[in-house]
Ligand binder design. Structure first.
Ligand code: FUL
Length: 506
């Protein structure tokens, strides 16, 4: 009986007729709890913005600013604004074009280094380019021009803004964070809501000019920059912008030589809060804190210096294998010179690198192979987990095994023998990083197998792992390669059922 009917009946004072209990039927649509039989997540998992960020893989770092003109690496903060005097209008489009030719998908421009000099007309300080030494300086606006060029070239972009400010009189006080640093980040965020990364260096050497009161100012990096609010502040404007380093959404790989650990987990525990550095990550880490490797392509520092020499394309290719090929991103520094352009030698090296990448990792032979697996997860209503998902050219489909099946093999077979040198594997990391051990074998006849690269640590995969089949990242390209009919990947250990989105062969 409905309560309402009962009340009416009682309030009438008389029961006129028997009231029968009403049974109310409700249509319940029965849904299976997991109609697609999707594997559960293994935590921690990436935030969607971290996933998009990871796909940028390889991008440029452009250290340009006051130091380009003073020859320093860490300006003291007392440099007169007039010393910033480009000999031509700085040309971020030229920087990004060269980066694109190298196979990079984006770039980060340094717009404020530790000396506090800002390369945009900021309201937070007079120590900026509008007070520079000539008209080229006064008309400089790197965030504006860099963002515009990136969009034109279909590249991702972001900015390096140094938290440490050796020029500001406020540095070390709360007022600096509130009125200077946060505001600078906000100004920069407004140059484009489509930014992919903001770079917050952890360096704080203490000493500086600090508005004329030379001295040392220590801060507690874990709390001083009010990182939780900073993150919210920027994400309100730039939803997909990963806050690097001090920002706590991606970690420094722990060296500046361009290599990550062969075993490299994206889960990590906070080290020196709120950042964490590490070549290897932590299998049971609490946070998704993927690694980024920052490396130089020139001798002598991050900024341009006369007489600098250029790292060879071959060595840069090795760095690529040891970073992007080891579940890290690579941010490669290319410093613009006093004219605000990349020198010809830099442009040439980048072009050569692009050619190496295209020649060696540009044609995926797996796309014409047939994939099979020793175990395959049962399909759901609208998706399957077949082996063929690893070579269908679709990053969102993946091969999986049933829950609790943590070892399995996946085999690619060709009708005709292929000459191969590299295998690249990708996990479907949206559901967590899982694989802990694997081996790769090749077969010339489809029945006898030879283990490849057995000298390498074939442990983690993560977003991407590239294995040179000859076991060497430094002389990975052997002109003869290996002639094979089939390649077999054995997953030997995994935190939960393995999910592979892609197997590529080059
Ligand atoms: C370091 C800084 O101190 C260097 O000057 C440079 O910007 C590098 C990328 O990060 O920690």
């Amino acid at each position: 009986m409905k309560i309402k009917n009962l009340l009416i009946t009682l309030s009438a004072g008389v029961i006129l007729q028997p009231v029968y209990a009403q049974t109310e039927f409700q249509m319940v649509q029965q849904t299976l709890p997991n109609p697609d039989n999707e594997p559960s997540e293994v935590f921690p998992v990436p935030h969607p913005r971290q996933l998009k960020w990871q796909e940028t893989e390889f991008y440029a770092f452009f250290h340009y600013g006051m130091n380009t003109y003073t020859g320093l690496e860490w300006g003291n903060g007392d440099e007169a604004e007039s010393r910033f005097a480009p000999t031509a209008a700085p040309n971020p489009r030229q920087w990004l074009e060269a980066a694109k030719a190298a196979g990079m998908r984006g770039g980060i421009a340094v717009v404020k280094h530790h000396d506090g000099f800002c390369l945009w007309p900021t309201e937070t300080t007079t120590h900026n380019c509008t007070n520079g030494g000539n008209d080229f300086a006064r008309n400089t606006n790197i965030p504006r021009d860099f963002a515009a060029a990136a969009r034109e070239l279909d590249m991702k972009y972001g900015f390096y803004v140094s938290p440490w400010d050796r020029n500001s009189a406020e540095y070390g006080k709360d007022t600096y964070v509130k009125n200077v640093f946060m505001k600078q980040c906000e100004e920069l965020a407004k140059y484009g809501s489509d930014q992919f990364e903001m770079w917050f260096d952890g360096a704080n050497g203490g000493s500086g000019y600090y508005g004329g009161s030379y001295g040392t100012r220590e801060i507690d990096r874990a709390t001083y920059y009010d990182v939780p609010n900073l993150r919210d502040y920027v994400h309100q404007i730039c939803e997909d912008c990963v806050m690097w380093g001090v920002g706590g959404e991606a970690r420094w790989i722990g060296n500046e030589e361009g290599w990550a650990g062969q075993t490299n987990w994206s889960p990590e525990n906070r080290g020196i809060a709120p950042e964490s550095n590490g070549m290897y990550g932590a299998e049971n880490g609490w946070f998704w804190l993927p690694g980024e490797s920052d490396a130089k392509s020139t001798s002598g520092g991050w900024f341009w210096h006369s007489g600098q020499t250029y790292t060879s394309a071959e060595r840069l290719f090795q760095m690529y294998l040891e970073t992007v090929g080891r579940n890290s991103t690579l941010i490669l520094n290319i410093p613009p010179d006093k004219a605000g352009v990349l020198p010809d030698q830099s442009v040439q090296v980048l072009k050569d690198l692009g050619t190496l990448l295209t020649d060696r990792l540009g044609t995926d032979l797996a796309l014409k192979a047939t994939a099979s697996a020793s175990a395959t997860r049962s399909a759901g209503q609208s998706r399957n987990y077949n082996a063929s998902n690893v070579n269908d050219g679709d990053k969102d489909t993946y091969w999986a095994t049933d829950d609790f099946t943590t070892t399995a093999t996946i085999t690619l077979t060709w009708d005709e023998p292929q000459v191969v040198r590299y295998v690249a594997l990708m996990e479907h990391i949206a559901k967590g990083q899982r694989v802990k051990g694997f081996t790769i074998e090749t077969s010339a006849d489809g029945s006898t197998w030879t283990r490849m690269a057995s000298n390498m640590e074939t442990t983690t995969i993560g977003y991407k792992r590239i294995i040179p089949l000859n076991g060497s990242t430094s002389s990975s390209y052997t002109s003869s390669g290996y002639t094979v009919k089939a390649i077999r990947i054995n997953i030997t250990d995994s935190r939960a059922c393995p999910l592979l989105s892609t197997v590529s062969v080059y």
